[in-house]
Design a protein around this ligand. Structure first.
Ligand SMILES: C[S@@+](CC[C@H](N)C(=O)[O-])C[C@H]1O[C@@H](n2cnc3c(N)ncnc32)[C@H](O)[C@@H]1O
Length: 349
Protein backbone atom coordinates (compact mmCIF):
# COMPACT_ATOMS: atom_id res chain seq x y z
CA UNK A 1 0.00 0.00 0.00
CA UNK A 2 1.24 3.51 -0.84
CA UNK A 3 1.30 5.16 2.65
CA UNK A 4 2.18 8.68 1.42
CA UNK A 5 -0.65 8.57 -0.99
CA UNK A 6 -3.14 7.21 1.54
CA UNK A 7 -2.06 9.92 4.07
CA UNK A 8 -2.95 12.58 1.51
CA UNK A 9 -6.30 11.08 0.84
CA UNK A 10 -9.18 13.02 2.44
CA UNK A 11 -10.77 11.37 5.41
CA UNK A 12 -14.31 10.42 4.57
CA UNK A 13 -16.66 10.67 7.50
CA UNK A 14 -20.32 9.82 7.50
CA UNK A 15 -22.18 13.09 7.76
CA UNK A 16 -24.66 11.75 10.28
CA UNK A 17 -22.09 11.06 12.95
CA UNK A 18 -20.91 13.99 15.19
CA UNK A 19 -17.23 14.79 14.88
CA UNK A 20 -15.14 15.85 17.90
CA UNK A 21 -11.85 17.74 17.62
CA UNK A 22 -9.04 16.47 19.87
CA UNK A 23 -5.42 17.75 19.65
CA UNK A 24 -5.82 18.38 15.93
CA UNK A 25 -6.97 14.83 15.23
CA UNK A 26 -10.44 14.16 14.04
CA UNK A 27 -11.99 11.29 15.87
CA UNK A 28 -15.34 9.73 15.60
CA UNK A 29 -17.58 10.24 18.61
CA UNK A 30 -18.81 7.05 20.19
CA UNK A 31 -22.07 6.03 18.68
CA UNK A 32 -24.93 6.50 21.16
CA UNK A 33 -26.28 3.19 22.34
CA UNK A 34 -29.60 2.44 20.69
CA UNK A 35 -32.40 1.40 22.99
CA UNK A 36 -32.92 -2.30 22.40
CA UNK A 37 -36.34 -3.07 21.01
CA UNK A 38 -36.10 -6.82 21.15
CA UNK A 39 -34.72 -8.34 24.30
CA UNK A 40 -35.32 -11.94 24.95
CA UNK A 41 -36.71 -12.36 28.48
CA UNK A 42 -34.51 -15.39 28.95
CA UNK A 43 -31.35 -13.29 28.46
CA UNK A 44 -32.37 -10.44 30.79
CA UNK A 45 -30.36 -10.05 34.00
CA UNK A 46 -32.59 -9.89 37.11
CA UNK A 47 -31.68 -8.78 40.58
CA UNK A 48 -31.75 -11.56 43.18
CA UNK A 49 -34.32 -9.61 45.27
CA UNK A 50 -36.62 -9.74 42.25
CA UNK A 51 -37.01 -5.96 42.14
CA UNK A 52 -36.70 -5.87 38.36
CA UNK A 53 -39.62 -7.32 36.40
CA UNK A 54 -39.02 -9.13 33.12
CA UNK A 55 -40.14 -6.92 30.24
CA UNK A 56 -43.17 -8.11 28.38
CA UNK A 57 -42.36 -9.54 24.94
CA UNK A 58 -43.15 -7.21 22.06
CA UNK A 59 -43.57 -9.07 18.79
CA UNK A 60 -43.01 -7.55 15.37
CA UNK A 61 -45.21 -4.51 14.93
CA UNK A 62 -47.48 -3.87 11.91
CA UNK A 63 -48.04 -0.47 10.37
CA UNK A 64 -51.57 0.95 10.80
CA UNK A 65 -51.85 1.28 7.02
CA UNK A 66 -51.13 -2.41 6.48
CA UNK A 67 -53.55 -3.35 9.26
CA UNK A 68 -56.30 -1.26 7.63
CA UNK A 69 -55.59 -2.81 4.24
CA UNK A 70 -55.73 -6.36 5.64
CA UNK A 71 -58.88 -5.60 7.63
CA UNK A 72 -60.69 -4.18 4.60
CA UNK A 73 -59.54 -7.12 2.44
CA UNK A 74 -60.77 -9.73 4.94
CA UNK A 75 -64.09 -7.89 5.25
CA UNK A 76 -64.47 -7.69 1.44
CA UNK A 77 -63.65 -11.39 0.93
CA UNK A 78 -66.07 -12.43 3.70
CA UNK A 79 -68.84 -10.30 2.17
CA UNK A 80 -68.17 -11.77 -1.29
CA UNK A 81 -68.21 -15.36 0.06
CA UNK A 82 -71.45 -14.59 1.91
CA UNK A 83 -72.96 -13.23 -1.30
CA UNK A 84 -71.85 -16.31 -3.28
CA UNK A 85 -73.26 -18.66 -0.68
CA UNK A 86 -76.58 -16.79 -0.56
CA UNK A 87 -76.96 -16.84 -4.34
CA UNK A 88 -75.90 -20.53 -4.50
CA UNK A 89 -78.57 -21.36 -1.87
CA UNK A 90 -81.17 -19.43 -3.88
CA UNK A 91 -80.19 -21.32 -7.06
CA UNK A 92 -80.37 -24.68 -5.27
CA UNK A 93 -83.86 -23.91 -3.94
CA UNK A 94 -84.96 -22.82 -7.41
CA UNK A 95 -83.38 -25.89 -9.08
CA UNK A 96 -85.06 -28.31 -6.68
CA UNK A 97 -88.46 -26.78 -7.38
CA UNK A 98 -88.14 -27.27 -11.18
CA UNK A 99 -89.78 -30.19 -12.91
CA UNK A 100 -87.33 -30.88 -15.77
CA UNK A 101 -87.86 -33.85 -18.11
CA UNK A 102 -84.97 -36.30 -18.70
CA UNK A 103 -85.04 -35.49 -22.40
CA UNK A 104 -83.93 -31.87 -22.74
CA UNK A 105 -82.36 -32.26 -26.20
CA UNK A 106 -84.95 -29.93 -27.80
CA UNK A 107 -83.22 -26.95 -26.07
CA UNK A 108 -80.58 -26.97 -28.83
CA UNK A 109 -83.13 -25.91 -31.42
CA UNK A 110 -83.35 -22.54 -29.70
CA UNK A 111 -79.75 -22.01 -28.58
CA UNK A 112 -77.97 -23.03 -31.82
CA UNK A 113 -77.09 -19.45 -32.80
CA UNK A 114 -75.71 -18.50 -29.36
CA UNK A 115 -74.11 -21.86 -28.46
CA UNK A 116 -70.54 -21.03 -29.54
CA UNK A 117 -70.54 -17.69 -27.74
CA UNK A 118 -71.85 -19.36 -24.56
CA UNK A 119 -69.14 -22.04 -24.39
CA UNK A 120 -66.13 -20.26 -25.93
CA UNK A 121 -64.71 -18.74 -22.75
CA UNK A 122 -65.04 -21.82 -20.52
CA UNK A 123 -63.51 -24.04 -23.25
CA UNK A 124 -60.54 -21.66 -23.54
CA UNK A 125 -59.97 -21.64 -19.78
CA UNK A 126 -60.14 -25.46 -19.70
CA UNK A 127 -57.90 -25.77 -22.80
CA UNK A 128 -60.50 -27.93 -24.48
CA UNK A 129 -59.16 -27.07 -27.95
CA UNK A 130 -56.04 -29.16 -27.29
CA UNK A 131 -58.10 -32.05 -25.93
CA UNK A 132 -60.38 -31.97 -28.96
CA UNK A 133 -57.40 -31.82 -31.36
CA UNK A 134 -55.64 -34.76 -29.67
CA UNK A 135 -58.76 -36.90 -29.91
CA UNK A 136 -59.79 -36.02 -33.47
CA UNK A 137 -56.22 -36.73 -34.65
CA UNK A 138 -57.09 -40.43 -34.12
CA UNK A 139 -60.01 -40.34 -36.58
CA UNK A 140 -59.39 -42.13 -39.86
CA UNK A 141 -61.22 -43.76 -42.77
CA UNK A 142 -64.97 -43.25 -43.05
CA UNK A 143 -65.75 -41.08 -40.06
CA UNK A 144 -69.11 -40.41 -38.40
CA UNK A 145 -69.46 -37.61 -35.85
CA UNK A 146 -72.70 -37.78 -33.88
CA UNK A 147 -74.11 -34.97 -31.71
CA UNK A 148 -71.87 -32.75 -33.82
CA UNK A 149 -73.53 -29.58 -32.50
CA UNK A 150 -72.06 -26.48 -34.11
CA UNK A 151 -69.00 -28.29 -35.46
CA UNK A 152 -66.47 -27.39 -32.79
CA UNK A 153 -64.20 -30.24 -33.94
CA UNK A 154 -64.17 -29.38 -37.64
CA UNK A 155 -60.78 -27.68 -37.77
CA UNK A 156 -59.04 -30.76 -36.31
CA UNK A 157 -59.97 -33.34 -38.97
CA UNK A 158 -57.27 -34.35 -41.39
CA UNK A 159 -58.93 -34.68 -44.77
CA UNK A 160 -57.73 -37.38 -47.12
CA UNK A 161 -56.61 -40.84 -46.08
CA UNK A 162 -52.92 -41.78 -46.30
CA UNK A 163 -50.67 -44.65 -45.32
CA UNK A 164 -48.22 -44.09 -42.48
CA UNK A 165 -46.56 -45.97 -39.58
CA UNK A 166 -47.75 -45.88 -35.98
CA UNK A 167 -45.63 -45.39 -32.81
CA UNK A 168 -44.68 -49.09 -32.86
CA UNK A 169 -43.51 -48.85 -36.46
CA UNK A 170 -46.48 -50.78 -37.87
CA UNK A 171 -48.28 -49.79 -41.07
CA UNK A 172 -51.31 -47.61 -40.30
CA UNK A 173 -53.83 -45.39 -42.03
CA UNK A 174 -54.31 -41.74 -41.13
CA UNK A 175 -56.77 -39.09 -42.22
CA UNK A 176 -60.41 -39.21 -43.24
CA UNK A 177 -61.74 -40.78 -46.44
CA UNK A 178 -65.20 -39.36 -45.75
CA UNK A 179 -66.94 -37.38 -43.03
CA UNK A 180 -70.58 -37.59 -41.93
CA UNK A 181 -71.95 -35.13 -39.38
CA UNK A 182 -75.17 -35.98 -37.54
CA UNK A 183 -77.13 -34.14 -34.87
CA UNK A 184 -80.68 -34.46 -33.61
CA UNK A 185 -81.17 -30.70 -33.87
CA UNK A 186 -81.51 -29.39 -37.46
CA UNK A 187 -80.37 -25.83 -36.52
CA UNK A 188 -77.19 -27.23 -34.92
CA UNK A 189 -76.31 -29.33 -38.03
CA UNK A 190 -76.99 -26.27 -40.18
CA UNK A 191 -74.29 -24.34 -38.27
CA UNK A 192 -71.82 -27.24 -38.75
CA UNK A 193 -72.56 -27.37 -42.48
CA UNK A 194 -72.07 -23.64 -42.88
CA UNK A 195 -68.74 -23.71 -41.01
CA UNK A 196 -67.47 -26.77 -42.93
CA UNK A 197 -68.24 -25.24 -46.32
CA UNK A 198 -66.38 -22.08 -45.34
CA UNK A 199 -63.39 -24.12 -44.11
CA UNK A 200 -63.19 -26.67 -46.97
CA UNK A 201 -65.11 -25.31 -49.96
CA UNK A 202 -63.61 -27.92 -52.31
CA UNK A 203 -64.12 -31.05 -50.25
CA UNK A 204 -66.86 -33.36 -51.52
CA UNK A 205 -66.68 -36.42 -49.28
CA UNK A 206 -68.93 -34.99 -46.60
CA UNK A 207 -72.58 -35.36 -45.54
CA UNK A 208 -74.74 -33.63 -42.94
CA UNK A 209 -77.87 -35.19 -41.44
CA UNK A 210 -80.37 -34.37 -38.71
CA UNK A 211 -80.69 -37.79 -37.06
CA UNK A 212 -80.81 -39.50 -33.69
CA UNK A 213 -77.46 -41.04 -32.67
CA UNK A 214 -79.38 -43.98 -31.23
CA UNK A 215 -80.62 -45.03 -34.68
CA UNK A 216 -78.20 -43.40 -37.14
CA UNK A 217 -77.70 -45.42 -40.34
CA UNK A 218 -74.48 -46.16 -42.23
CA UNK A 219 -74.63 -44.00 -45.33
CA UNK A 220 -71.36 -42.73 -46.71
CA UNK A 221 -71.05 -39.67 -48.89
CA UNK A 222 -70.74 -40.88 -52.49
CA UNK A 223 -67.98 -39.83 -54.81
CA UNK A 224 -65.11 -40.10 -52.34
CA UNK A 225 -62.02 -41.88 -53.55
CA UNK A 226 -59.56 -43.69 -51.29
CA UNK A 227 -57.61 -40.48 -50.67
CA UNK A 228 -60.67 -38.54 -49.65
CA UNK A 229 -60.38 -36.24 -52.62
CA UNK A 230 -63.72 -36.37 -54.24
CA UNK A 231 -65.52 -36.61 -57.45
CA UNK A 232 -69.08 -35.54 -58.02
CA UNK A 233 -70.69 -33.02 -55.75
CA UNK A 234 -72.11 -32.79 -52.25
CA UNK A 235 -75.67 -33.52 -53.30
CA UNK A 236 -74.86 -36.49 -55.54
CA UNK A 237 -76.33 -39.05 -53.13
CA UNK A 238 -75.07 -41.63 -50.68
CA UNK A 239 -73.60 -45.14 -50.79
CA UNK A 240 -74.22 -47.83 -48.19
CA UNK A 241 -71.48 -49.75 -46.37
CA UNK A 242 -71.97 -51.75 -43.18
CA UNK A 243 -69.55 -49.83 -40.91
CA UNK A 244 -67.78 -46.59 -40.08
CA UNK A 245 -64.06 -46.81 -39.31
CA UNK A 246 -64.29 -44.11 -36.64
CA UNK A 247 -67.25 -42.77 -34.67
CA UNK A 248 -66.71 -39.52 -32.78
CA UNK A 249 -68.83 -37.91 -30.10
CA UNK A 250 -67.86 -34.94 -27.96
CA UNK A 251 -70.05 -33.57 -25.15
CA UNK A 252 -73.04 -35.58 -26.37
CA UNK A 253 -73.77 -38.09 -23.58
CA UNK A 254 -74.92 -35.26 -21.30
CA UNK A 255 -77.85 -34.39 -23.55
CA UNK A 256 -79.16 -37.78 -24.69
CA UNK A 257 -82.21 -39.31 -23.04
CA UNK A 258 -80.73 -42.84 -23.26
CA UNK A 259 -76.95 -42.65 -23.71
CA UNK A 260 -76.36 -46.37 -23.03
CA UNK A 261 -78.64 -47.37 -25.92
CA UNK A 262 -76.99 -44.77 -28.16
CA UNK A 263 -73.47 -46.07 -27.38
CA UNK A 264 -74.57 -49.67 -28.02
CA UNK A 265 -75.94 -48.64 -31.40
CA UNK A 266 -72.73 -46.75 -32.25
CA UNK A 267 -70.77 -49.90 -31.37
CA UNK A 268 -72.90 -51.90 -33.81
CA UNK A 269 -72.05 -49.60 -36.75
CA UNK A 270 -68.29 -49.37 -36.00
CA UNK A 271 -65.90 -51.62 -37.94
CA UNK A 272 -65.37 -54.61 -35.60
CA UNK A 273 -61.59 -55.21 -35.82
CA UNK A 274 -59.85 -51.85 -36.30
CA UNK A 275 -62.76 -49.46 -35.75
CA UNK A 276 -62.77 -47.03 -32.83
CA UNK A 277 -65.33 -44.92 -30.97
CA UNK A 278 -63.77 -41.69 -29.67
CA UNK A 279 -65.47 -39.83 -26.83
CA UNK A 280 -64.72 -36.56 -25.05
CA UNK A 281 -67.43 -35.98 -22.45
CA UNK A 282 -68.16 -34.10 -19.25
CA UNK A 283 -69.89 -35.40 -16.14
CA UNK A 284 -69.35 -36.40 -12.51
CA UNK A 285 -66.12 -35.59 -10.71
CA UNK A 286 -63.72 -37.59 -8.54
CA UNK A 287 -64.84 -35.42 -5.60
CA UNK A 288 -68.06 -35.69 -3.57
CA UNK A 289 -68.19 -31.97 -2.75
CA UNK A 290 -68.13 -31.09 -6.44
CA UNK A 291 -70.68 -33.78 -7.30
CA UNK A 292 -72.99 -32.31 -4.64
CA UNK A 293 -72.79 -28.91 -6.36
CA UNK A 294 -73.37 -30.50 -9.80
CA UNK A 295 -76.35 -32.49 -8.45
CA UNK A 296 -77.86 -29.49 -6.67
CA UNK A 297 -77.75 -27.25 -9.73
CA UNK A 298 -78.34 -29.89 -12.45
CA UNK A 299 -82.06 -29.21 -13.07
CA UNK A 300 -81.49 -25.48 -13.75
CA UNK A 301 -78.53 -26.19 -16.04
CA UNK A 302 -80.38 -28.94 -17.94
CA UNK A 303 -83.47 -26.80 -18.36
CA UNK A 304 -81.44 -23.93 -19.81
CA UNK A 305 -78.66 -25.67 -21.75
CA UNK A 306 -80.15 -29.09 -22.55
CA UNK A 307 -77.35 -30.89 -20.73
CA UNK A 308 -77.25 -33.10 -17.59
CA UNK A 309 -73.79 -32.24 -16.28
CA UNK A 310 -73.90 -34.69 -13.34
CA UNK A 311 -73.93 -37.98 -15.29
CA UNK A 312 -71.50 -40.78 -14.39
CA UNK A 313 -69.82 -41.17 -17.77
CA UNK A 314 -67.74 -44.15 -16.62
CA UNK A 315 -70.84 -46.08 -15.51
CA UNK A 316 -72.60 -45.31 -18.82
CA UNK A 317 -69.60 -46.51 -20.84
CA UNK A 318 -69.30 -49.73 -18.81
CA UNK A 319 -73.03 -50.42 -19.12
CA UNK A 320 -72.84 -50.01 -22.90
CA UNK A 321 -70.57 -53.05 -23.07
CA UNK A 322 -68.05 -51.37 -25.39
CA UNK A 323 -64.44 -52.34 -24.81
CA UNK A 324 -62.31 -49.64 -23.19
CA UNK A 325 -59.00 -49.14 -25.03
CA UNK A 326 -58.07 -45.96 -23.19
CA UNK A 327 -59.58 -43.79 -20.43
CA UNK A 328 -58.41 -40.39 -19.15
CA UNK A 329 -59.88 -37.72 -16.89
CA UNK A 330 -59.11 -34.03 -16.23
CA UNK A 331 -60.59 -31.01 -14.44
CA UNK A 332 -61.21 -32.73 -11.05
CA UNK A 333 -62.36 -35.75 -13.04
CA UNK A 334 -65.25 -33.95 -14.77
CA UNK A 335 -63.77 -34.20 -18.29
CA UNK A 336 -63.60 -37.77 -19.61
CA UNK A 337 -61.81 -39.05 -22.69
CA UNK A 338 -62.39 -42.57 -24.01
CA UNK A 339 -61.08 -44.60 -26.88
CA UNK A 340 -63.49 -47.55 -27.26
CA UNK A 341 -63.97 -50.42 -29.65
CA UNK A 342 -66.88 -52.75 -30.32
CA UNK A 343 -66.85 -55.68 -27.93
CA UNK A 344 -65.61 -58.78 -29.69
CA UNK A 345 -68.28 -61.41 -30.25
CA UNK A 346 -66.45 -63.93 -28.05
CA UNK A 347 -66.81 -61.55 -25.06
CA UNK A 348 -69.97 -61.34 -22.94
CA UNK A 349 -71.59 -58.00 -22.23
C1 LIG B 1 -73.58 -30.09 -25.60
S1 LIG B 1 -73.90 -30.19 -27.31
C2 LIG B 1 -72.32 -30.70 -27.89
C3 LIG B 1 -72.06 -30.27 -29.28
C4 LIG B 1 -70.69 -30.63 -29.85
N1 LIG B 1 -70.51 -32.03 -30.04
C5 LIG B 1 -69.54 -30.08 -29.03
O1 LIG B 1 -68.62 -30.83 -28.72
O2 LIG B 1 -69.56 -28.89 -28.70
C6 LIG B 1 -74.88 -31.64 -27.41
C7 LIG B 1 -75.41 -31.91 -28.80
O3 LIG B 1 -76.00 -33.21 -28.82
C8 LIG B 1 -77.13 -33.18 -29.63
N2 LIG B 1 -78.00 -34.32 -29.31
C9 LIG B 1 -78.71 -34.51 -28.19
N3 LIG B 1 -79.33 -35.70 -28.22
C10 LIG B 1 -78.97 -36.27 -29.39
C11 LIG B 1 -79.29 -37.51 -30.02
N4 LIG B 1 -80.09 -38.40 -29.43
N5 LIG B 1 -78.77 -37.77 -31.22
C12 LIG B 1 -77.95 -36.89 -31.83
N6 LIG B 1 -77.61 -35.71 -31.30
C13 LIG B 1 -78.13 -35.40 -30.08
C14 LIG B 1 -77.75 -31.83 -29.34
O4 LIG B 1 -78.64 -31.42 -30.35
C15 LIG B 1 -76.51 -30.96 -29.26
O5 LIG B 1 -76.18 -30.41 -30.49
Amino acid sequence: MNIARSARAPLRVPSVWPITQSRGVQTRAPRPARPSTRVSPSRQQFKPDGSEQPPSYKGPTMSPRLMTFLGVSVLGISMYCGFLYASYSRQVTKAQSLDVPTDVSDRYNTIASSYDAEVDMSEKIMRMGTKRANLIRLAHGDVLEVSCGTGRNLEFYELGERRTVDEQGRAALRGCRSLTFVDLSPPMVAVTKQKFEALHPEYRGVAFRAQDAASVSVELPRGTDAKGSSVGNRTSGLVSRPYYDTVVQTMGICSMPDPVAALRHLGSITEPSQGRILLLEHGRSHYDWLNRILDNLAPTHADRYGCWWNRDIGAIVRESGLEIVEEKRWHFGTTWRYVLRPRRVDQNI
